[in-house]
Ligand binder design. Structure first.
Ligand code: 4AD
Ligand code: MG
Length: 477
């Protein structure tokens, strides 16, 4: 007999019919009702035992967390709460679970506790819903680019170029840390290392994606990236997944259009095709809100927030305009900002970004034309000689969701910027080749996948939207 997923049974199997189902026991009530979950859906399948004809030794083994197999008849349910249920004919315990030791009890656990049990937390309703949505979003990302003529590129994870300057790098080395080979100056001799040079984990696939865009036209990468920055915030991970499209012959305006269209597509897809998990998470947030003081409540439900993004234009404004707004804002004048804004050129902190998005505009915001001094070397210099064609997309509750730019395509300008930043030219010779042979306007952006998952699921800590979070001091599992 073929076994079916609970999602299939609940949505497609006729009543009455004989079915085989396998899953994990969520609860067992009155020696009679098993709530069975197999992860295919948020919904449990109610399995009804004829306990008078079941061995008591078997009944005792039906415990929360146990893996079981059930053969029975799917019928219309007698009770409220579910439309169908299974009358169990045959019950088999596949794997016992000691109820006293199993960490995931049928009650509310704190997210902190569940993080320590990240190998089991996906068996809860909340994490099941989050991780199913994460999977759906990843699929949607690939679908968007595939349907829009992009090629997927697997950029390298181990990199020999550390020029991006996006953050601190994790070293990849095979040298013996206790007695590494040394050169005549006493410095560690990386020419003796595995790759014959210093290597690191990548912070971004952008530079490699540029090379492919300048041949295949429209490409994107979607892979893990690594940053050893010591920021212990609810929005930073040391290992996160980044989506990076790169497009030849596209300028900054086109880049903004692409990012906005892409974000709307994937969010709309979740609203239209994954409403069950979204509804559960929305309800969770409503309950959580009730325990908060009035002024800290959300006001908007999760689906309202998602619909709002899909249905409204993102506000686009220059960095210079944003600075004017921030300078004259109440929190700046009343010195509520931790980092006061007093002059043009200041780097924006997340408190400023969130003020613009959540208080001033109340829409997602695209900021562009940032001061060259606070942005990466590869961004195209504007004619004013002091700003670059950069863009950041800021989202409510998240802050920076996307960072991107039009790239500097002029060889001489790029060379002088590389010199000014003290980067050895030979390290970037291959990158400069793109400007030597058939250079053209091109642009792209990077979107932190976990920040997108946070926004869609309404989860407030980035550690709760990736299966096994890596943060300073934490690399368990
Ligand atoms: O703004 P970033 O540093 O941009 C780049 O790396 C460019 N090379 C992208 C490009 O143009 N192709 O990072 C892009 C995005 C950020 O906007 C943010 O969403 C996310 O990556 N991000 C992080 N997410 C989680 N944890 C971290 N430590 C992150 N750092 C950046
Ligand atoms: Mg950025």
């Amino acid at each position: 007999m073929k076994h079916h997923a609970i999602a299939t049974i609940l949505d497609k199997c006729p009543t009455p019919s004989e079915i085989l189902v396998k899953g994990w026991v969520r609860t067992f009530r009155g020696n009679r009702f098993i709530a069975l979950n197999d992860g295919s859906t948020l919904r449990n399948l109610q399995c009804v035992l004829d306990f008078e004809n079941t061995e008591s030794s078997l009944l005792k083994r039906v415990t929360t967390g146990a893996a079981i197999s059930v053969i029975g008849t799917l019928v219309e349910s007698q009770g409220a709460g579910q439309s169908v249920e299974v009358q169990v004919n045959q019950l088999e315990i596949l794997g016992d679970s000691d109820a006293d030791l199993y960490p995931i009890q049928p009650k509310k656990h704190s997210f902190e506790f569940l993080r320590e049990n990240a190998h089991l937390r996906v068996r809860t309703n909340t994490f099941g819903a989050v991780m199913r949505l994460r999977s759906a979003l990843a699929f949607s990302v690939h679908r968007y680019f595939n349907e829009n003529g992009f090629f997927n590129l697997h950029s390298p994870i181990i990199t020999g170029s550390d020029a991006e300057g996006a953050g601190e790098l994790f070293r990849v080395s095979q040298l013996d840390p206790n007695s590494p080979p040394r050169d005549e100056h006493g410095k560690v001799d990386f020419s003796k290392d595995f790759f014959g040079k210093e290597t690191h984990l990548t912070v971004s696939g952008q530079l490699e994606a540029e090379t492919y865009a300048m041949a295949l036209g429209k490409v994107y990468t979607f892979g893990p990236t690594f940053r050893a920055e010591n920021s212990n915030t609810a929005r930073h991970l040391a290992e996160f997944w980044m989506i990076e499209p790169e497009v030849a012959f596209m300028d900054l305006a086109g880049n903004m259009d692409l990012a906005e269209d892409f974000l709307k597509f994937v969010i709309k897809d979740m609203l239209e095709n994954h409403s069950e998990d979204l509804a559960f998470l929305e309800d969770r947030l409503i309950q959580e809100d009730k325990s908060k003081p009035e002024r800290d409540r959300n006001g908007m439900t999760l689906t309202d927030k998602l619909k709002f993004v899909v249905e409204n234009n993102f506000t686009r404004l220059s960095y210079t305009e944003a600075i004017d707004i921030l300078k004259n804002s109440k929190p700046n004048k009343k010195k509520i900002f931790k980092y006061p804004i007093d002059e043009w050129g200041a780097d924006l902190q997340s408190e400023h970004e969130r003020y613009l998005v959540e208080k001033h505009f109340e829409t997602p915001v695209i900021l562009f034309d940032y001061p060259a001094k606070i942005k990466a070397f590869y961004m195209r210099l504007n004619d004013d000689q002091k700003t670059v064609r950069a863009m950041d997309i800021l989202f409510p509750g998240i802050g920076e969701m996307v960072g991107g730019s039009q790239r500097e395509e002029r060889l001489d300008v790029l060379e002088s910027k590389i010199t000014a930043m003290g980067i050895p030219h030979q390290d970037l010779d291959w990158y400069l080749d793109l400007r030597r042979f058939g250079t053209a306007v091109h642009s792209g952006f990077g979107l932190g996948f976990e920040r997108l998952v946070m926004f869609v699921t309404g989860m407030s800590n980035i550690r709760d939207v990736i299966p096994f979070p890596r943060t300073p001091g934490n690399a368990d599992f």
